[in-house]
Design a protein around this ligand. Structure first.
Ligand SMILES: NC(=O)c1ccc[n+]([C@@H]2O[C@H](COP(=O)([O-])OP(=O)(O)OC[C@H]3O[C@@H](n4cnc5c(N)ncnc54)[C@H](OP(=O)(O)O)[C@@H]3O)[C@@H](O)[C@H]2O)c1
Length: 307
């Protein structure tokens, strides 16, 4: 089946030829980007037109308030009209122009129209695909729903946000385009499949990998793509005290600083980053000892819930 606009990748060279070719190819032939790494990382100017999904609470609202100042236009979304409007009002009090869209990130057409309309009002500099949910299940029958719903919001919701934004940004000229950046909200849970949260960690791994891959893919056009991988941040999602918990305002400051440097990955706090890097390099036998559903009910099979 051929899907218009899609290509199927094939490797015309066998690995014994391809690997030495890549090793000895001049760097300029491997990386077609017109920007050096230093230029690319120094790229973003101060964003003045910023779109954030999931800004009605938690990290998203903290980010909106962080960026809110005179001269800045914010486009923020969420499903809860009242909470979203409160955040928008707080942004206006800080001098920003704030527009809201009440909608679901799984509504592909709705969010696409909102992003295109926002860009027409003021060309977007920074789009943060932040909206997300943390779903789990303590019983086997709930696994399917948790996984499907998590991927719907955390993965498809991110695609529905970043693809229209990329189409708009990549349509600008000349290349490298000026001040165009995309941020994908993943999680430190996306570093490894965790027994504590299979659906959540897998959905976050998917967007983490997608964002990392996209960064390399669109770099030649000068568009920045960053992946955000927080540890625990106090928000609507995190209701109790957790190890290395970061306040949402502090998280917004760290994220904004990372985005201003066009960092590939923004993983914080440093203790969690260290643990995540260690975790992905564990041998299988040690992973088996550590990867348990710490702090959440063990997965059960409950026959009385069978349909
Ligand atoms: N808190 C943490 O420890 C932590 C750590 C790592 C990553 N993250 C990620 O950070 C992001 C923000 O989470 P948070 O911690 O700030 O949680 P939060 O306070 O629960 O905020 C989630 C936001 O996403 C929105 N949202 C959820 N589902 C949506 C949907 N289907 N359509 C549109 N908007 C939707 C919510 O809007 P409404 O409430 O209006 O529906 C809300 O604004 C998520 O992607 C989360 O996975 C959080």
């Amino acid at each position: 089946m051929h899907i218009p606009g899609c290509v199927i990748y094939s490797t015309p060279m066998p690995p014994c030829v391809a690997i030495p070719t890549l090793m000895f190819e001049p760097v300029s032939m491997i990386d077609a980007s017109p920007l050096t790494t230093t230029e690319y990382n120094a790229m973003p100017a101060k964003p003045e037109s910023i779109l954030i999904t999931g800004a009605s609470s938690g990290i998203g609202s903290a980010l909106a308030l962080h960026y809110a100042s005179a001269g800045v236009t914010l486009f923020i979304s969420g499903r809860d009209r009242e909470r979203l409007e409160t955040v928008a009002q707080q942004c206006r009090e800080r001098g920003a122009v704030a527009h809201t869209w009440v909608g679901d990130v799984t509504d592909e057409a709705g969010i696409g129209n909102w992003i295109r309309d926002s860009d027409r009002l003021r060309p977007l500099n920074l789009v943060i695909a932040n909206a997300g949910i943390a779903l789990g299940s303590a019983d086997v029958h709930g696994l399917h729903r948790a996984a499907v719903d998590s991927f719907d919001v955390n993965v498809n919701g991110v695609f529905n946000t970043i693809h229209p934004a990329l189409e708009i940004m990549s349509g600008r000229r000349p290349y490298p385009v000026n001040n165009a950046q995309i941020a994908v909200m993943a999680s430190v849970m996306g570093y490894m499949g965790t027994a504590r949260s299979p659906a959540y960690s897998a959905s976050k791994a998917a967007v983490k990998h997608y964002g990392q891959a996209l960064r390399g893919a669109v770099r030649g056009m000068g568009i920045g793509v960053s992946v955000i991988c927080p540890g625990y941040v106090s928000s609507g999602m995190i209701k109790r005290d957790m190890p290395f918990l970061v306040d949402a305002d502090k998280a917004a400051t760290i994220i904004a600083r990372g985005l201003a440097r066009n960092k590939a990955r923004i993983t914080f706090p440093w203790q969690v980053m260290l643990l995540a890097r260690l975790a992905i390099n564990l041998p299988g036998w040690l992973e088996d000892r550590l990867n348990k559903p710490w702090g959440v009910p063990r997965l059960e099979h409950q026959p009385e819930r069978e349909h």
